[in-house]
Structure formats: structure tokens, C-alpha cells
Design a protein around this ligand. Structure first.
Ligand code: SAM
Length: 284
């Protein structure tokens, strides 16, 4: 990289907790560039100091990304080597940087990744849920009504669902997932990955929800929530939907009435739905 005349943008991943996850190449690039565009310069100062990197930083966050991108692209046109980092993990993954990368590419500037940690991928790698296809959904809406509507739109998605969540919403997020997607769906909650209090809980959504609600420690830190996709074949999908509708109707109606209506609403075979409910001891 040193001595190169052409400007370039390096998109550099940083650790998601464990500082031993800095890659040698990430450190080499960050030490060599002219400037580092960082989401939060104060936060990054500590990370960079840990590696004795003294490169100048400037802030690039969601509020100034538009204007700053134009300035940075001009610098790269003039030959500058610039690195983009975020507070943790891979920039652009639920983090700023998309506008800068697009502006650089539009200007014909080379953009090169220095890959490393990403919480979603780290969680997927230890979840034991189907990982050949998955959907990264990032953060769900903060308000429950919008969150539930969003989940409803995902309820027939067959690929594994991957969400980010923060400590102040993890309880309500899990409750909404269980009630909209169905409490019997398999789920994995990956907390504080690569850090001292790393935990990976698995079970049904109902079970994971109960574990988190009963233990305040499990509500602290940073989370990736993974939920198994809906069953692939149409009958199984209708059955899952019937089970979900039953869970809602059961709050107001006797089991037999709830089951009859759930079968009608979802289109599931009444016999299959009854059998499933019986397996889960919800005698219709
Ligand atoms: N760009 C980052 C990445 O590559 O994963 C993600 C940035 S996003 C603003 C921050 C969210 O990522 C957190 O709220 C949490 O959902 C997830 N996250 C980050 N670090 C994590 C960790 N160590 N364990 C679990 N989840 C984490």
C-alpha cells in the first residue's frame, strides 16, 4: 500500500469486543493511511491507542455522512488513502458508511475491504440454525406496534432470521417475536460475543423469552437474536400460522373454539392442528 499514488478507501473491520480479534492487516492499514474516518472518534481513540496507531481520525456518522463523504472523496481524488471504521465490527452493517462507499465508487475510486468481526456472522456461526440461507434484518423498529407489523411481514420467511437488539429492548423484542412468529419456533440469543460474559441461549422462542425474563443478567449487554425460518412447505407453514393464531385466540376463547377458528383463519387442516396442539398439551 505504501507509496501508492492513487487514492483509495479501505473499509476496515474492528473487534466486536475482544481486542485480540484485531487482524494484523487491519492494524497495518490503519497505521499507514492518511486519515481514518471513524463513527465516534473518542471511542475509536481507545481502540487505536491499544494498537499504538497514531493516524489522524475524523468523525463520519449518520448526521454528517453526506457532507463528509464529498470532502473525503475529494481527498481521495487528490491521492489520499482513507480508512473507514465503525465503533465495532464491520462498517456498513447496521453502521454508517454506505453513502461514503457509494460516493467513492461513483467517483471511480477503488474501495477495498479489510474483513474481520461481524456480530451477525459470529452469532450465526455458533447458533446451530440453518445457515446456508439467512436474512439479516438488523434492528427491529423500536415501537411495539411497528415491530409487530414488521415481524408479521416476516412470518412466512423460510430463511433463518437474524436481528440485532440492545439491552433496553431485548425483553419486549423477544415477547413480540414469540407472539407474532409463534412461541414454538427455534431461536438462539447470542449475548456479549467474544466478551467476558458471552452467553448463547437456545430453545424455543418461549423458552428463550422465559430464561431472559427470569434472569436480569441475561438482559444486559449486546445481543444478536436468531430465529428459525418458517417451515418450507405450504402445509407446514399453514400449520405454524394456525398454531400462532391459536395462541392468540386462546387468550379469549376456550381451546376447542380457538382451535376451530385458528384452522379456519390459517387454512391449516383441522386434524393436523389438533394433533400439533395435543403434542404440546393444548387440548382443543
Ligand atoms: N457493525 C457491527 C457488526 O459488524 O456486527 C454492528 C454494529 S450495530 C450498531 C451494534 C449491534 O450489533 C449491537 O446492538 C448488537 O445487537 C450487535 N453486537 C455488536 N457487538 C456484539 C457482541 N459482542 N455480541 C452480541 N451482539 C453484538
Amino acid at each position: 500500500m505504501a507509496g501508492s499514488e492513487a487514492g483509495k478507501l479501505w473499509v476496515v473491520a474492528t473487534p466486536i469486543g475482544n481486542l485480540a480479534d484485531w487482524s494484523p492487516r487491519a492494524r497495518e492499514v490503519l497505521a499507514a493511511v492518511d486519515v481514518i474516518a471513524a463513527e465516534d472518534t473518542r471511542h475509536s481513540a481507545a481502540l487505536l491507542a491499544h494498537c499504538n496507531i497514531a493516524t489522524r481520525t475524523l468523525a463520519l456518522h449518520e448526521h454528517n455522512e453526506r457532507e463528509r463523504s464529498a470532502d473525503l472523496v475529494q481527498r481521495m481524488r487528490d491521492g489520499a488513502q482513507i480508512a473507514l471504521i465503525s465503533d465495532a465490527g464491520t462498517p456498513l452493517v447496521s453502521d454508517p458508511g454506505y453513502r461514503l462507499v457509494r460516493a467513492a465508487r461513483t467517483a471511480g475510486i477503488a474501495v477495498s475491504p479489510v474483513p474481520g468481526a461481524c456480530a451477525a456472522i459470529a452469532a450465526l456461526s455458533v447458533a446451530g440454525l440453518p445457515s446456508d440461507r439467512f436474512v439479516f434484518e438488523g434492528f427491529l423498529p423500536a415501537k411495539s406496534a411497528a415491530r409487530r407489523a414488521h415481524l408479521q411481514a416476516l412470518s412466512l420467511e423460510t430463511r433463518t432470521l437474524v436481528f440485532y437488539e440492545s439491552s433496553h429492548r431485548i425483553g419486549e423484542c423477544l415477547r413480540d417475536c414469540a407472539s407474532v412468529l409463534g412461541g414454538t419456533r427455534a431461536a438462539v440469543l447470542a449475548r456479549e460475543l467474544t466478551k467476558l460474559f458471552e452467553t448463547v441461549l437456545d430453545g424455543t422462542l418461549d423458552q428463550v423469552c422465559a430464561r431472559v425474563e427470569s434472569d436480569a443478567n441475561q438482559q444486559r449487554g449486546e445481543f444478536v437474536l436468531l430465529v428459525a425460518g418458517a417451515p418450507g412447505d405450504a402445509d407446514a407453514a399453514k400449520l405454524a400460522e394456525g398454531r400462532r393464531v391459536f395462541d392468540i385466540l386462546r387468550r379469549e376463547l376456550p381451546p376447542s373454539r380457538a382451535a376451530k377458528l385458528a384452522a379456519e383463519i390459517s387454512g391449516a387442516s383441522r386434524k393436523d392442528l389438533y394433533d400439533t396442539l395435543r403434542d404440546h398439551e393444548e387440548q382443543p
